[in-house]
Design a binder for this molecule. Structure first.
Ligand code: NAP
Length: 521
């Protein structure tokens, strides 16, 4: 079992009592009492708190990210003093290595703690700047020390491919391991620690109470990433992008996995915006069959990288995705890579659902597409395949002209009034998107009552464009509908099951309206 540890960095007894209660309520398996933050705490005062959770005691020294500037001997004394109330104790490998007298005191503390899962002493090493050059030597040294029950190594990840050594370590080390790549790029080492059999990982009580960069909350770990359901055979999915921190894809897919009893974990995959980084990550992941990577959503700026990578690996590219020039869905199946685009279907399904028609019924409709970027490509391809007459309006007219030539449409500057007789308006620009919610790509005086207005922007749910269109009596389609449809198509491709549409929409709405506690990372 992998332990979920809540670090407590309280500096007063009242705060400590409140934090211990909170850790219990949130379902932590154990709390790490950071003795370095409470130099005045004494064992009697701790006993009086009435804590019920197992304790890991850590007097972390300043050189490794702690708050203690006490000597090694003083910090060891603290360990020995508090050990009878603790299940586990932690000290730095560097402290262990200083002197025989120090080792003797640490061994005393080890003998006095109760133990957890048969382990008592964690020896740890931290680098808050980078992956240590002697990563494997440090681990080797910890493995050699008999008194070290758990080897803990933590470093700041500069990019996501540095996480693979961490996973290798979790997967095959001779001793139990806590291994963490800090920072957003290393987030997956925290979330997937249970799949790969780490001894423990850390999650904070709430945002703002992290003890290290990149730590997420217990709520996010349990409610968003389904910690309790994770097993060694859990398959891995994720969203590749940059940025990905605020992506709603983990919430929507994990909720769908949970609802349909799929043994999968869906995580954010922050990949630097170059093809080399994209390729490196996927090659490393696919070289490890035990990593169990089964599918990825792909977002800005990697949709064309996903297409190129699939082609270079000799994978299958759905003709539609090739024509659009963008892949937003990768599936890894029996050693093959399959590339699809579900944005197209997402947009078309959102539109036809609202209109209560089939795609073919749109034949001959006059459509204004605002924008000529990545989202516009899928939308324009879908509308043209359905036989719509499309005019593309864009701030940069040359871009509109290029797209129009490719798909047999007309082009015009964004500032122009939409053509008379326009029946459907689709906004694919980012105008109106949070935080610039007062922007609109089309002023209200250019809208007409009988138009259907579809905004692909989904944050906010009701953009200014949609609000003004609704006020005029137009039919409206929001970006959430498209987002849910494209995600549902991904879910169905990966699992072979029907997607729980209503639930998926509910999840997105809850996150957009701030009603989801796990959204607090
Ligand atoms: P993109 O490739 O960067 O294209 C952005 C488009 O917006 C371009 O046409 C750009 O015009 C235009 N634009 C940006 N700022 C503008 C401004 N200040 N004034 C006028 N036009 C401006 O981005 P994308 O991938 O197409 O995404 C665009 C939007 O689509 C995003 O905001 C996103 O919310 C939405 N989207 C939604 C979904 C969904 O599932 N609902 C999926 C994908 C995308 P220029 O060519 O002149 O730069």
């Amino acid at each position: 079992m992998t332990l979920l540890i809540a670090p407590i960095t309280a500096s007063t007894a009242e705060q400590l009592t409140a934090d211990l209660e909170r850790a219990c309520q949130l379902g932590a398996d154990i709390v790490e009492l950071r003795l370095d933050y409470m130099p005045d705490l004494n064992p009697a005062a701790l006993a009086a708190v009435g804590n019920t959770l197992p304790l890991l005691i850590t007097p972390r020294r300043k050189e490794e990210g702690g708050a203690s500037d006490a000597t090694d001997a003083e910090r060891c004394d603290r360990l020995v003093e508090f050990a009878p109330q603790a299940a586990l104790c932690d000290t730095e490998l560097a402290t262990w290595e200083t002197a025989a007298a120090v080792r003797h005191r640490i061994a005393e503390a080890r003998a006095a703690v109760r133990g957890m899962d048969g382990q008592k002493l964690i020896l740890s090493a931290h680098d808050f700047e980078k992956r240590p050059a002697d990563f494997w030597r440090i681990v080797g040294r910890m493995n050699e020390i008999d008194a070290c029950d758990v080897a803990k190594i933590v470093f700041q990840a500069r990019h996501i491919s540095e996480t693979f050594e961490v996973f290798d370590l979790m997967h095959e080390n001779a001793k139990p391991v806590i291994a963490i790549a800090m920072g957003e790029a290393g987030l997956i080492t925290r979330i997937l620690a249970k799949k790969f059999g780490a001894f423990a990982t850390f999650a904070s009580l709430e945002a703002g109470k992290e003890s290290a960069p990149g730590q997420i909350t217990l709520d996010a770990m349990k409610l968003l990433y389904r910690w309790d359901a994770m097993r060694p055979d859990t398959t891995v999915y994720g969203v590749i992008g940059n940025p990905v921190g605020h992506s709603m894809s983990p919430a929507i897919h994990n909720a769908a996995f949970s609802e349909c009893d799929i043994n999968g974990a869906y995580v954010p995959l922050l990949i630097e915006p170059t093809y080399e980084h994209f390729e490196d990550f996927l090659r490393e992941a696919l070289a490890r069959p035990w990593f169990d990577l089964r599918g990825c959503s792909v977002t800005i700026p990697h949709k064309d990288n996903a297409l190129r990578f699939t082609c270079e690996c000799g994978g299958y590219v759905e003709p539609l995705a090739g024509r659009i020039g963008a892949v937003n869905t990768l599936t890894f199946e029996d050693g093959r890579i399959l590339a699809h685009n579900t944005d197209y279907a997402g947009a078309m399904d959102a539109l036809t659902d609202t209109l209560g028609c089939q795609r073919g019924d749109l034949h001959g409709n006059e459509v204004a597409v605002l924008g000529a970027g990545g989202a516009a490509r899928g939308v324009v391809a879908g509308l043209r395949d359905s036989g719509c007459k499309v005019t593309i309006y864009n701030r940069t007219p040359e871009r509109a002209t290029r797209l129009a030539e490719e798909f047999g449409c007309t082009a015009a500057p964004l500032a122009e009034r939409v053509r008379p007789g326009t029946q459907i308006v689709v906004n694919t620009t980012s105008l109106g998107m949070h935080p610039n919610v007062d922007d609109t790509p089309l002023p209200a005086d250019r809208l007409q009552t009988d138009m259907t207005v579809f905004d692909t922007v989904y944050n906010p749910i009701e953009t200014r464009l949609l609000r003004e269109a609704r006020a005029l009596g137009c039919r409206t389609v929001d970006g959430v509908a498209m987002f849910v449809h494209q995600a549902a198509a991904q879910f169905e491709r990966w699992t072979g099951q029907s997607a729980p549409h209503a639930l998926m929409r509910q999840v997105v709405l809850a996150r957009l309206t701030g009603a989801d506690p796990s959204a607090q990372r």
